[in-house]
Ligand binder design. Sequence first.
Ligand SMILES: NC(=O)c1ccc[n+]([C@@H]2O[C@H](COP(=O)([O-])OP(=O)(O)OC[C@H]3O[C@@H](n4cnc5c(N)ncnc54)[C@H](OP(=O)(O)O)[C@@H]3O)[C@@H](O)[C@H]2O)c1
Length: 303
Amino acid sequence: MSKHSEPTKTPVVASNMTLGVIGAGVMGQTLIRGMISSGVIAKDRIWAGDKHSAVSAKAAEALGVPVETDFHHRVPTADVILICVKPGDAPVVLGTLRNAGLRQDTLLISILAGVSTDRIESLLGTRNPVVRAMPNTPAVVGEGMTAVCAGSSASNTHRDRAQRIFEAVGKCLPVDEIHFNAVTALSGSGPGYQFLIMEALADAGVRVGLPRSLALTLVAQTALGAARMVLDSGRHPAALRDDVTTPAGCTIAGLLMLEDGRIRSVLARAVEEATKTAAHLGASTGKISENPSSHRASSGSDH
Ligand SMILES: NC(=O)c1ccc[n+]([C@@H]2O[C@H](COP(=O)([O-])OP(=O)(O)OC[C@H]3O[C@@H](n4cnc5c(N)ncnc54)[C@H](OP(=O)(O)O)[C@@H]3O)[C@@H](O)[C@H]2O)c1
């Protein structure tokens, strides 16, 4: 069941607190939508900012919250600010927040891939509590997977507060920051791998005579069901696989072909490579400009 259909009774922030979201793109809008529909924060306590007026207007209409290009006057009102821009935009955004009168007690939550809490703290140059998060795109359907960790000035209470935000769009777990590049590679980039595997299996179905749309439905629902079995049963995937592998049957025939193709090492190498890439993502974040609007850092990729 989607998290959206399980409204949370306790607000993530007290009723008199305000949450700002910088960057109203895919993730920013997804998180706002999830927070509102799961009831973790009231709609009238959220505002957002995006540098594009067209994006802002569209997002404001879709979400029913203020989304503005000139959001600076709202910064001092925020108790929590969620930063949802590309990694390369971190110096500009952090500079904007600092120069717009960011309060020292405002919790900053960053979803920027590859940008460490250390890096955010040093770019910002304040003692604000910082929490780093790595969500993924299934958050759009309330089935996201997010890891969170606290920076040097953030307490467990700050981290828990961030965790509640991401639980509005799926699962969220606290993870030591040392593992964040691996998390980025495994669950951040994971939907990309799953889409490729599903596409390949659907092609395989077409190869053996199935109409494409039927093949794709069979594959996607099977992936969903298998994932649900792993999560709900708590059993090892190998045990679940053994259960469906009858002697001299079809499944063992298919599995052996996958092993011949070295599927395990290919997947392990893919994650290893993505982990190395994640480690370099934050490197494009430069220094904060005193005049952020005049500075455009090179844009990092998502992950
Ligand atoms: N999408 C994913 O699967 C995913 C998963 C996990 C984490 N993330 C992380 O989430 C972050 C956002 O990703 P996204 O896919 O939501 O990006 P996005 O769709 O590009 O949204 C970011 C929005 O923020 C705007 N922006 C840039 N600089 C700004 C500034 N100084 N002030 C206000 N708005 C500004 C962007 O404008 P421009 O287009 O001009 O830059 C864009 O409209 C990235 O750091 C990524 O690493 C993404």
